[in-house]
Design a protein around this ligand. Structure first.
Ligand code: AMP
Length: 288
Protein backbone atom coordinates (compact mmCIF):
# COMPACT_ATOMS: atom_id res chain seq x y z
CA UNK A 1 0.00 0.00 0.00
CA UNK A 2 1.33 3.39 -1.03
CA UNK A 3 0.66 6.54 0.97
CA UNK A 4 1.05 9.84 -0.80
CA UNK A 5 0.52 13.48 0.02
CA UNK A 6 1.53 14.61 -3.44
CA UNK A 7 -1.02 15.50 -6.13
CA UNK A 8 1.31 15.22 -9.14
CA UNK A 9 2.63 11.85 -8.02
CA UNK A 10 -0.88 10.45 -7.61
CA UNK A 11 -2.01 11.89 -10.96
CA UNK A 12 0.99 10.27 -12.62
CA UNK A 13 0.15 6.93 -11.05
CA UNK A 14 -3.56 7.03 -11.89
CA UNK A 15 -2.78 8.10 -15.50
CA UNK A 16 -0.63 4.99 -15.88
CA UNK A 17 -3.38 2.77 -14.50
CA UNK A 18 -5.96 4.31 -16.83
CA UNK A 19 -3.61 3.85 -19.80
CA UNK A 20 -3.40 0.15 -18.86
CA UNK A 21 -7.23 -0.03 -18.94
CA UNK A 22 -7.54 -0.48 -15.17
CA UNK A 23 -10.68 0.52 -13.27
CA UNK A 24 -10.12 2.73 -10.24
CA UNK A 25 -12.56 2.68 -7.31
CA UNK A 26 -12.38 5.79 -5.14
CA UNK A 27 -13.53 6.25 -1.53
CA UNK A 28 -13.31 9.85 -0.32
CA UNK A 29 -13.42 10.28 3.48
CA UNK A 30 -12.45 12.56 6.32
CA UNK A 31 -10.75 9.70 8.18
CA UNK A 32 -11.29 8.26 11.67
CA UNK A 33 -12.47 5.20 9.78
CA UNK A 34 -15.18 2.92 11.15
CA UNK A 35 -17.30 0.06 9.79
CA UNK A 36 -19.33 2.50 7.67
CA UNK A 37 -16.22 3.50 5.75
CA UNK A 38 -15.13 -0.14 5.68
CA UNK A 39 -18.32 -1.10 3.83
CA UNK A 40 -17.38 1.39 1.11
CA UNK A 41 -13.81 0.06 0.94
CA UNK A 42 -15.01 -3.55 0.74
CA UNK A 43 -17.36 -2.80 -2.13
CA UNK A 44 -14.73 -0.75 -3.94
CA UNK A 45 -12.23 -3.59 -3.54
CA UNK A 46 -14.67 -6.12 -4.99
CA UNK A 47 -15.66 -4.02 -7.99
CA UNK A 48 -12.37 -2.46 -9.19
CA UNK A 49 -8.80 -3.27 -10.17
CA UNK A 50 -7.42 -0.57 -7.90
CA UNK A 51 -8.71 1.24 -4.84
CA UNK A 52 -7.80 4.78 -3.81
CA UNK A 53 -8.82 6.09 -0.39
CA UNK A 54 -8.54 9.79 0.38
CA UNK A 55 -8.44 11.16 3.91
CA UNK A 56 -8.85 14.90 4.11
CA UNK A 57 -10.77 16.95 6.66
CA UNK A 58 -11.92 19.59 4.22
CA UNK A 59 -12.12 23.01 5.91
CA UNK A 60 -14.26 24.35 3.06
CA UNK A 61 -17.25 22.27 4.12
CA UNK A 62 -17.21 23.32 7.78
CA UNK A 63 -19.10 26.40 8.94
CA UNK A 64 -17.60 28.94 11.34
CA UNK A 65 -19.23 27.40 14.41
CA UNK A 66 -18.73 23.78 13.42
CA UNK A 67 -16.36 21.12 14.69
CA UNK A 68 -13.41 21.45 12.27
CA UNK A 69 -10.82 21.72 15.05
CA UNK A 70 -12.31 18.98 17.21
CA UNK A 71 -13.04 16.61 14.31
CA UNK A 72 -11.57 13.26 15.44
CA UNK A 73 -8.39 12.05 13.75
CA UNK A 74 -6.39 8.80 14.02
CA UNK A 75 -4.04 8.20 11.11
CA UNK A 76 -2.41 5.08 12.53
CA UNK A 77 -5.76 3.33 12.88
CA UNK A 78 -6.88 4.56 9.45
CA UNK A 79 -3.77 3.12 7.81
CA UNK A 80 -4.41 -0.27 9.45
CA UNK A 81 -7.99 -0.30 8.20
CA UNK A 82 -6.89 0.66 4.71
CA UNK A 83 -4.29 -2.10 4.73
CA UNK A 84 -6.87 -4.63 5.92
CA UNK A 85 -9.11 -3.81 2.96
CA UNK A 86 -6.38 -3.96 0.32
CA UNK A 87 -6.34 -0.25 -0.50
CA UNK A 88 -3.70 0.45 -3.16
CA UNK A 89 -3.12 4.12 -2.42
CA UNK A 90 -4.08 6.40 0.43
CA UNK A 91 -4.12 10.04 -0.61
CA UNK A 92 -3.46 12.07 2.52
CA UNK A 93 -3.03 15.70 1.51
CA UNK A 94 -2.74 18.59 3.94
CA UNK A 95 -4.62 21.84 3.62
CA UNK A 96 -1.74 23.63 1.93
CA UNK A 97 -1.58 20.93 -0.75
CA UNK A 98 -5.30 21.09 -1.50
CA UNK A 99 -5.65 24.87 -1.23
CA UNK A 100 -2.23 26.42 -1.89
CA UNK A 101 -3.85 29.70 -2.96
CA UNK A 102 -7.22 31.31 -2.35
CA UNK A 103 -9.59 29.73 -4.87
CA UNK A 104 -10.48 31.86 -7.89
CA UNK A 105 -13.35 29.58 -8.88
CA UNK A 106 -16.28 29.12 -6.58
CA UNK A 107 -18.63 26.17 -7.03
CA UNK A 108 -22.15 26.82 -5.81
CA UNK A 109 -24.72 24.07 -5.59
CA UNK A 110 -28.02 25.72 -6.45
CA UNK A 111 -30.47 22.82 -6.20
CA UNK A 112 -30.98 20.02 -3.68
CA UNK A 113 -29.33 22.16 -0.97
CA UNK A 114 -32.04 24.50 0.35
CA UNK A 115 -33.38 21.61 2.46
CA UNK A 116 -32.13 19.19 5.15
CA UNK A 117 -28.47 19.72 6.17
CA UNK A 118 -27.94 22.22 3.36
CA UNK A 119 -30.28 24.67 5.05
CA UNK A 120 -28.70 24.28 8.50
CA UNK A 121 -25.17 24.30 7.07
CA UNK A 122 -25.01 27.09 4.45
CA UNK A 123 -22.03 26.63 2.12
CA UNK A 124 -21.43 23.06 3.27
CA UNK A 125 -22.30 21.41 -0.03
CA UNK A 126 -20.42 24.07 -2.01
CA UNK A 127 -17.35 22.97 -0.05
CA UNK A 128 -18.16 19.32 -0.68
CA UNK A 129 -18.67 19.90 -4.43
CA UNK A 130 -15.41 21.86 -4.66
CA UNK A 131 -13.23 19.32 -2.88
CA UNK A 132 -14.79 16.42 -4.78
CA UNK A 133 -14.24 18.13 -8.12
CA UNK A 134 -10.57 18.51 -7.20
CA UNK A 135 -10.32 14.93 -5.95
CA UNK A 136 -12.04 13.52 -9.06
CA UNK A 137 -9.52 15.35 -11.25
CA UNK A 138 -6.65 14.01 -9.17
CA UNK A 139 -7.81 10.38 -8.87
CA UNK A 140 -9.87 10.04 -12.11
CA UNK A 141 -11.86 7.08 -10.81
CA UNK A 142 -14.27 4.88 -12.75
CA UNK A 143 -16.46 4.53 -9.68
CA UNK A 144 -16.88 6.54 -6.54
CA UNK A 145 -18.38 5.19 -3.31
CA UNK A 146 -20.56 7.12 -0.86
CA UNK A 147 -22.66 6.10 2.12
CA UNK A 148 -26.43 6.58 2.19
CA UNK A 149 -26.14 7.85 5.74
CA UNK A 150 -25.28 11.12 4.01
CA UNK A 151 -28.11 10.81 1.50
CA UNK A 152 -28.18 14.51 0.65
CA UNK A 153 -24.48 14.32 -0.18
CA UNK A 154 -25.27 11.48 -2.60
CA UNK A 155 -28.02 13.58 -4.19
CA UNK A 156 -25.56 16.47 -4.61
CA UNK A 157 -22.82 14.22 -6.02
CA UNK A 158 -25.39 12.74 -8.43
CA UNK A 159 -26.05 16.30 -9.69
CA UNK A 160 -22.31 17.16 -9.77
CA UNK A 161 -21.49 14.13 -11.94
CA UNK A 162 -24.42 14.81 -14.24
CA UNK A 163 -24.05 18.58 -14.59
CA UNK A 164 -20.26 18.67 -14.95
CA UNK A 165 -20.14 15.48 -17.06
CA UNK A 166 -17.72 13.49 -14.94
CA UNK A 167 -17.46 10.00 -16.48
CA UNK A 168 -17.76 8.40 -13.06
CA UNK A 169 -20.30 5.91 -11.74
CA UNK A 170 -21.80 6.78 -8.37
CA UNK A 171 -22.23 3.83 -6.01
CA UNK A 172 -24.50 4.37 -3.00
CA UNK A 173 -23.76 2.04 -0.09
CA UNK A 174 -26.35 1.24 2.63
CA UNK A 175 -25.84 2.75 6.09
CA UNK A 176 -23.89 0.58 8.51
CA UNK A 177 -25.35 0.62 12.02
CA UNK A 178 -24.44 -0.32 15.56
CA UNK A 179 -26.34 -3.32 16.95
CA UNK A 180 -28.90 -1.00 18.52
CA UNK A 181 -29.55 0.74 15.20
CA UNK A 182 -27.48 3.91 15.65
CA UNK A 183 -25.83 4.84 12.34
CA UNK A 184 -22.06 4.53 12.68
CA UNK A 185 -20.41 7.92 12.61
CA UNK A 186 -17.03 9.39 13.48
CA UNK A 187 -18.93 11.88 15.63
CA UNK A 188 -20.59 9.24 17.85
CA UNK A 189 -17.52 9.34 20.15
CA UNK A 190 -18.66 12.81 21.20
CA UNK A 191 -21.99 11.58 22.63
CA UNK A 192 -22.37 11.69 26.41
CA UNK A 193 -23.39 8.39 28.08
CA UNK A 194 -27.05 9.30 28.40
CA UNK A 195 -27.12 10.65 24.84
CA UNK A 196 -25.59 7.43 23.53
CA UNK A 197 -28.48 5.56 25.13
CA UNK A 198 -31.00 7.84 23.46
CA UNK A 199 -29.26 7.97 20.06
CA UNK A 200 -30.84 4.76 18.61
CA UNK A 201 -34.25 6.42 18.89
CA UNK A 202 -33.28 8.67 15.99
CA UNK A 203 -33.52 5.74 13.55
CA UNK A 204 -36.49 4.27 15.42
CA UNK A 205 -38.38 7.56 15.05
CA UNK A 206 -37.82 7.48 11.28
CA UNK A 207 -38.95 3.86 11.08
CA UNK A 208 -42.07 4.83 13.01
CA UNK A 209 -42.78 7.46 10.32
CA UNK A 210 -42.09 4.99 7.52
CA UNK A 211 -44.40 2.46 9.18
CA UNK A 212 -47.13 5.08 9.18
CA UNK A 213 -46.83 5.27 5.37
CA UNK A 214 -46.81 1.48 5.15
CA UNK A 215 -50.10 1.61 7.05
CA UNK A 216 -51.60 3.90 4.42
CA UNK A 217 -50.69 7.47 5.40
CA UNK A 218 -49.94 9.65 2.36
CA UNK A 219 -49.72 13.10 3.98
CA UNK A 220 -46.08 14.14 4.56
CA UNK A 221 -46.98 16.51 7.41
CA UNK A 222 -48.67 13.74 9.38
CA UNK A 223 -45.66 11.48 8.96
CA UNK A 224 -43.31 14.25 10.09
CA UNK A 225 -45.51 14.89 13.12
CA UNK A 226 -45.27 11.21 14.12
CA UNK A 227 -41.49 11.38 13.97
CA UNK A 228 -41.45 14.61 15.98
CA UNK A 229 -43.64 13.17 18.73
CA UNK A 230 -41.47 10.05 18.94
CA UNK A 231 -38.22 12.03 19.17
CA UNK A 232 -39.59 14.47 21.72
CA UNK A 233 -40.84 11.65 23.89
CA UNK A 234 -37.71 9.51 23.74
CA UNK A 235 -34.76 11.92 23.55
CA UNK A 236 -33.50 15.16 25.08
CA UNK A 237 -31.89 16.15 21.77
CA UNK A 238 -32.87 19.38 20.04
CA UNK A 239 -34.47 18.68 16.68
CA UNK A 240 -32.78 20.58 13.86
CA UNK A 241 -35.13 19.34 11.15
CA UNK A 242 -37.46 16.53 10.18
CA UNK A 243 -38.26 16.56 6.47
CA UNK A 244 -39.92 14.33 3.92
CA UNK A 245 -38.86 15.02 0.31
CA UNK A 246 -38.68 13.32 -3.08
CA UNK A 247 -35.41 11.43 -3.57
CA UNK A 248 -32.95 12.20 -5.10
CA UNK A 249 -34.46 15.48 -6.33
CA UNK A 250 -35.12 16.61 -2.73
CA UNK A 251 -38.29 18.49 -3.57
CA UNK A 252 -41.31 18.92 -1.34
CA UNK A 253 -44.22 16.61 -2.11
CA UNK A 254 -47.90 17.25 -1.42
CA UNK A 255 -48.62 13.58 -1.14
CA UNK A 256 -46.37 10.55 -0.88
CA UNK A 257 -46.64 9.03 -4.37
CA UNK A 258 -43.01 8.31 -5.29
CA UNK A 259 -39.63 7.44 -3.75
CA UNK A 260 -39.05 9.77 -0.81
CA UNK A 261 -36.53 10.40 1.93
CA UNK A 262 -37.59 10.93 5.53
CA UNK A 263 -34.63 12.49 7.29
CA UNK A 264 -33.78 14.15 10.56
CA UNK A 265 -30.91 15.90 12.31
CA UNK A 266 -30.81 16.09 16.09
CA UNK A 267 -28.43 18.18 18.17
CA UNK A 268 -27.00 16.57 21.27
CA UNK A 269 -24.56 18.47 23.45
CA UNK A 270 -21.37 17.76 21.48
CA UNK A 271 -22.66 15.95 18.43
CA UNK A 272 -25.25 16.53 15.76
CA UNK A 273 -26.68 13.21 14.55
CA UNK A 274 -28.24 12.71 11.14
CA UNK A 275 -30.13 9.76 9.81
CA UNK A 276 -32.68 8.92 7.13
CA UNK A 277 -34.82 6.25 5.59
CA UNK A 278 -35.67 6.09 1.86
CA UNK A 279 -38.88 4.37 0.82
CA UNK A 280 -41.62 4.30 -1.80
CA UNK A 281 -45.32 5.26 -1.72
CA UNK A 282 -46.10 1.95 0.02
CA UNK A 283 -43.64 2.64 2.83
CA UNK A 284 -41.29 -0.09 1.54
CA UNK A 285 -37.59 0.70 1.93
CA UNK A 286 -36.01 1.14 -1.51
CA UNK A 287 -32.43 2.22 -0.72
CA UNK A 288 -30.11 1.86 2.23
P1 AMP B 1 -16.91 11.03 6.20
O1 AMP B 1 -15.56 10.52 6.58
O2 AMP B 1 -17.83 11.28 7.35
O3 AMP B 1 -16.84 12.18 5.23
O4 AMP B 1 -17.60 9.85 5.39
C1 AMP B 1 -16.97 9.30 4.26
C2 AMP B 1 -17.93 8.40 3.56
O5 AMP B 1 -18.33 7.35 4.44
C3 AMP B 1 -19.22 9.12 3.14
O6 AMP B 1 -19.59 8.66 1.85
C4 AMP B 1 -20.20 8.68 4.18
O7 AMP B 1 -21.54 8.68 3.72
C5 AMP B 1 -19.74 7.26 4.44
N1 AMP B 1 -20.25 6.81 5.75
C6 AMP B 1 -20.11 7.41 6.94
N2 AMP B 1 -20.78 6.73 7.89
C7 AMP B 1 -21.37 5.66 7.27
C8 AMP B 1 -22.19 4.58 7.71
N3 AMP B 1 -22.55 4.46 8.97
N4 AMP B 1 -22.58 3.66 6.80
C9 AMP B 1 -22.22 3.78 5.50
N5 AMP B 1 -21.43 4.78 5.02
C10 AMP B 1 -21.02 5.70 5.89
Amino acid sequence: MKITTNIKELQQRTSEWIAQGKKIGFVPTMGFLHEGHEALLKKARLENDLVVLSIFVNPLQFGANEDLDSYPRDQKHDKEIAEKHGVDVIFLPDEQTMYPNPLSINLTVVRRTDVLCGRSRPGHFDGVATVLTKLFNIVRPSRVYFGLKDAQQIAVVDALLEDLNFPIELIAVPTVREEDGLAKSSRNVNLLDQERKEAPYVQQALQCGRQHVENGETNPEKVIEKVRQFLEKKTHGKIDYIELLSYPMLQRVETIDQQVILATAVYFQNARLIDNVIFNEYGIKTLG
